[in-house]
Design a protein. Structure first.
Length: 95
């Protein structure tokens, strides 16, 4: 446990940041999960709900990366994987 005043203050700030970061990471996971579920249940990639959910998930990833909660490369990788699924759905619908 922290002993000095500055150690205690630093520990309090770390705990506050940890809780905030955890809630944002959890929200990002929720949005990505919803997007993946919508993609898997969609018949075509042109559905309005699909595009809306994917754009929202990408926005949340960008916001978390901008705040420093997740690494920018991590956000880019997750966005790429989402778009890969959407594009695969588009390709199967076009065939």
């Amino acid at each position: 446990m922290p002993k000095g005043k500055t150690d205690i203050k630093r520990h309090q700030k770390q705990e506050k940041r940890r809780l905030r970061n955890r809630s944002v990471r959890s929200a990002v996971k929720t949005f990505i999960g919803r997007a993946r579920q919508t993609i898997s249940s969609a018949k075509t990639a042109d559905e309005d709900g699909l595009q809306l959910v994917v754009v929202r998930a990408i926005g949340e990833l960008d916001r978390a990366a901008r705040k420093g909660i997740i690494h920018p490369n991590n956000a880019a990788r997750r966005k790429s994987r989402l778009m890969k699924r959407v594009n695969a759905l588009q390709a199967t619908a076009a065939s």
